[in-house]
Ligand binder design. Structure first.
Ligand code: PHE
Length: 343
């Protein structure tokens, strides 16, 4: 029995020390210890010679040793079995290729580009200006002197360090900058981000985008304004779209109007978008006020012009079926990815 115990102990040490990753050596290990003529079989043979009262204990020892040897063999085999690598697998050329992640334009950019391209066909060029403006370009030159009540029409963000600076509330400020350059005639489009101190909700935000337009030349009339905007609506919403102008008030235009387009969602039958009226308001417009022309060094006796301004987010919401304004500025890739194929 002592003999058996010693032999097992020696073999256990021998086996523990045996390490390889070579598959053929692993096979040699199996034959040597676990094979039909292997050492384990040999040891089992010794059981016959053990005294009957010790047989139980000897049997247990041998069993344990067998499990130990088999486990060591399995570990060696797993470690030396070559892993299937990609290059061993023949390529299946009929499978579709891996999707290539592509970026997408932001829906606000898509809408902006669409609006801009329509006016570009009428000869309008794009102008841009600063988002932090001085009081003069955002208000004063636009016929809104200090304390003018119409300043309250737009809730303004002022810059603490300098009360003369504001975050522009509209891109009309860029109109002033264009007129100040003194190069006439002007046919310009001013797209850009604007800021108003409004509570953020699904329908309003403290910043959004606008596109304003300005046309200054000799003999520009309200008829030109109407025809230009009518062209825009037809291109944008299709030949069946109708427009209507409602008198309105802006300090920088006289006369002023707001333009509605027949509801393109319900075909004017009445829905939640047009609030059952059949019409959707899309922009403000009017003839540039003579005071504004004078403020920019343009003689209102010689020149006249029209201006208009519209939001970008609202038509984008209608076109792409977006029901929450906040989605546009949250940069959630799951939202943005949906516009990969959109134009
Ligand atoms: N600036 C105006 C606004 O932000 C829009 C507008 C532009 C109206 C030009 C008339 C003419 O509401």
């Amino acid at each position: 029995m002592k003999n058996l115990r010693d032999q097992i102990e020696n073999l256990r040490q021998e086996i523990s020390a045996f390490q390889t990753q070579d598959l053929s050596q692993v096979e040699e290990f199996r034959i040597k210890y676990l094979g039909t003529k292997g050492l384990l079989k040999n040891l089992m043979g010794l059981l016959k010679e053990v005294a009957p009262e010790q047989k139980k204990e000897a049997g247990q020892l041998l069993n344990e040793f067998k499990q130990f040897t088999e486990a060591h063999y399995e570990t060696l085999r797993a470690a030396s079995t070559p892993k299937a690598s990609a290059k061993d697998t023949p390529a299946d050329l009929s499978l579709p290729g891996d999707a290539f992640p592509v970026g997408s334009r932001h829906p606000v950019t898509l809408m902006r580009n669409q609006i801009v391209s329509i006016f570009q066909r009428l000869g309008f060029a794009v102008a841009e200006g600063p988002e932090i403006e001085d009081d003069w370009h955002n208000f004063g030159a636009l016929n809104l002197p200090a304390h003018h009540p119409a300043r309250d029409m737009q809730d303004t963000f002022y810059i603490q360090q300098n009360p003369d600076w504001v975050l522009r509330t509209h891109t009309s400020s860029v109109q002033i900058r264009e007129m100040e350059k003194g190069k006439l005639p002007i046919r310009m489009l001013m797209p850009g981000r604007v800021f108003r101190n409004e509570t953020i909700s699904a329908r309003s935000h403290c910043f959004f985008h606008q596109i304003e337009g300005l046309y200054i030349d000799k003999n520009v009339s309200f008829a030109d304004l109407k025809q230009t905007l009518y062209f825009f609506v037809q291109e944008m919403y299709g030949p069946q779209a109708k427009v209507r102008f409602r008198p309105s008030y802006f300090p920088f235009t006289e006369p002023s109007a707001e333009m509605d387009v027949s509801c393109f969602i319900c075909d004017s039958k009445g829905c939640h978008v047009c609030k059952k009226t059949g019409w959707v308001e899309i922009l403000g417009c009017g003839m540039v006020h003579p005071n504004v022309l004078t403020n920019c060094g343009i003689d209102p006796e010689q020149y006249s012009g029209f201006a208009f301004g519209m939001g970008v987010e609202r038509p984008a919401m209608l076109k792409y079926g977006v029901n929450d304004l906040r989605l546009f500025s949250e940069n959630d890739v799951r939202f943005l990815k949906q516009f990969t194929a959109a134009t």
